[in-house]
Design a protein around this ligand. Structure first.
Ligand code: ADP
Ligand code: MG
Ligand code: ZN
Length: 494
């Protein structure tokens, strides 16, 4: 029998606010000494009163809007009670009955990643978002030998939990969904989305069922996944394990699993337990949360055009390949920089401008950034401004410099920030297009290479490239390639 996997994803995203969800303590705990960002509120002292972090609410609304959700205009906070040493209050402030955002969807392009190679083809899938609600993070426990240590710096850091409907149908789709979600929180600037550092944590719920059936099978939940790769590998592993079980006629147990990265297997963390009674009840220390039109509109304006929409636009309006569109939208900063280059370049044809800008960014700009250890997301800080790159593109279009010289000029721009025109003038790099000058050089090259000239006349076309190279060399690389080609062809006519 053929089986189909059904996956619903629960993801926790730590919001990158300055302060915590309900107190003024710093929410930036990475690298801090343990238990320095704490106060009576986030330590759960009796009588301490929480205050809502408005910024965290706005960040959550932005994610909700980016996920095409409805935003609840009236919500409130609830206490989710359970006891654990990393939760000093004995309850977590959360939203249960009325999540801030609900009933949305995220479209993702799913590619076959099994070969490890890029494919232009993809399938667009819509994953429905059930809800996204705000809550607070717990402290962090570290177990060393027979001792356990707790650090409350993370206690009370704003957390957004995003839950999908069970719409994901493969490990590749789960990967595509999570990378799209990660890209969205980064585009919005609301979270680092860093899975390795725990700023984005996800728990796939998955089950198998006979292909064609619409009943749900017994689900397992997988935890401890700290990279996108681990998510994909763990799901693929579970599909194989559960398929083998079902084929032997055995039942899948409803359990919580952990992923053992080094062995590449899942391990049972918890057997099925009776449903938790969290004793949810309204948080008496916080007022309900009202979202009025003006506030919602204000937040809506802060949601930029997202990567997928940009990719579609780049392919449609600029004629870019899927690969180029994905590369140029991978970071919001890169996409914005790219669009600024296009806007400042002067070629009449939009597609030509876009193509040139795309080529420059994906080759020279990224190459030099990489060589200097600058991540793509920091493109706004590099030396040439988008306008300066556009000027350089214009100089190539106007045949003031040839493309090889332009690359040289760009290196100088990257190092010094000088304008391309100034560099061309200072270094005498302007292209030589003067026909008389080039004709003389062509004649000299022909005279100096009688053997190659004979070979060319005997039909060895590739010698032509050698001769072009010699003329280019004689002009110190500044010759106009088009003119040289033409003059050389003429001169070589027998
Ligand atoms: P629980 O109460 O166990 O947390 P929920 O109904 O809240 O379960 O669902 C949690 C996540 O699991 C959601 O993303 C949901 O889409 C998904 N899910 C629910 N049932 C199944 C199933 N049988 N197979 C796969 N995913 C499921
Ligand atoms: Mg759950
Ligand atoms: Zn605090």
């Amino acid at each position: 029998m053929e089986y189909e996997v059904v996956i619903g994803m629960e993801t926790h995203v730590e919001l990158d606010t300055n302060s915590k969800m309900f107190c003024a303590c710093s929410a930036r705990f990475f690298g801090a000494e343990p238990n320095v960002n704490v106060c009576p509120v986030c330590l759960g002292m009796p009588g301490a009163l929480p205050v809502i972090n408005k910024r965290a609410v706005e960040f959550a609304m932005m994610v909700g809007l980016a996920l095409n959700c409805q935003i609840a205009r009236h919500t409130f906070w609830e206490r989710k009670s359970y006891w654990y040493p990393d939760l000093p209050k004995g309850y977590q402030i959360s939203q249960y009955q009325r999540p801030l955002a609900y009933d949305g969807w995220l479209d993702v392009d799913v590619r076959d990643l099994s070969t490890g190679n890029w494919t232009e083809e993809s399938t667009r899938r819509r994953i429905r978002i059930r809800r996204a609600h705000l809550e607070e993070d717990t402290g962090k426990l570290t177990h060393v030998g027979d001792k356990s240590y707790v650090d409350y710096n993370r206690s009370g850091v704003p957390l957004l939990e995003i839950v999908t409907e069970p719409d994901i149908r493969s490990a590749d789709e789960a990967y595509a969904y999570l990378s799209a979600l990660q890209q969205i929180v980064r585009y919005l600037g609301v979270s680092t989305g860093d899975m390795e550092k725990g700023a984005m944590r996800c728990e796939p719920n998955m089950s198998l069922r006979p292909k064609g059936s619409d009943a749900f099978g017994v689900k397992v939940e997988i935890k401890n996944l700290n990279s996108l790769r681990a998510v994909r590998d763990a799901i693929a592993y579970e599909i194989r394990r559960q398929t083998a079980l079902l084929e032997r006629g055995e039942a899948v147990q409803q359990v919580t699993l952990g992923w053992d990265e080094s062995r590449g297997v899942t391990v049972v963390q918890r057997e099925k337990e009776s449903a938790h009674d969290y004793r949810y009840f309204p948080e008496p220390d916080l007022p309900p949360l009202e979202v009025d039109d003006a506030w919602l509109e204000d937040v809506r304006r802060r949601v930029p055009e997202l990567a997928l929409a940009r990719q579609d636009r780049y392919r449609r309006d600029f004629g870019l390949s899927a690969y180029d569109a994905v590369q140029l939208t991978s970071d919001r900063a890169v996409a914005e920089w790219f669009e600024q280059v296009i806007a400042a370049a002067s070629a009449a044809d939009l597609r030509a401008r876009a193509k040139a800008a795309a080529n420059w960014i994906q080759t020279e700009v990224f190459r030099l950034m990489k060589a200097n250890g600058i991540p793509n997301a920091e493109i706004a800080g590099i030396k040439p401004s988008p306008r300066q790159l556009a000027e350089l593109i214009n100089l190539v279009d106007e045949q003031v410099v040839n493309i090889n010289t332009a690359r040289q000029v760009f290196e100088e721009m990257f190092a010094t920030g000088a304008s391309p025109r100034a560099i061309v003038e200072a270094k005498g790099l302007a292209q030589v297009s003067d026909v008389d000058v080039l004709r003389r050089v062509v004649a000299e090259v022909i005279a100096a290479h009688p053997g190659q000239v004979q070979q060319y006349r005997n039909g060895q076309e590739k010698v032509f490239g050698f001769l072009v190279g010699q003329v280019m060399k004689a002009t110190k690389g500044k010759g106009n390639a088009q003119v040289i080609n033409q003059l050389l062809r003429e001169a070589l006519q027998p």
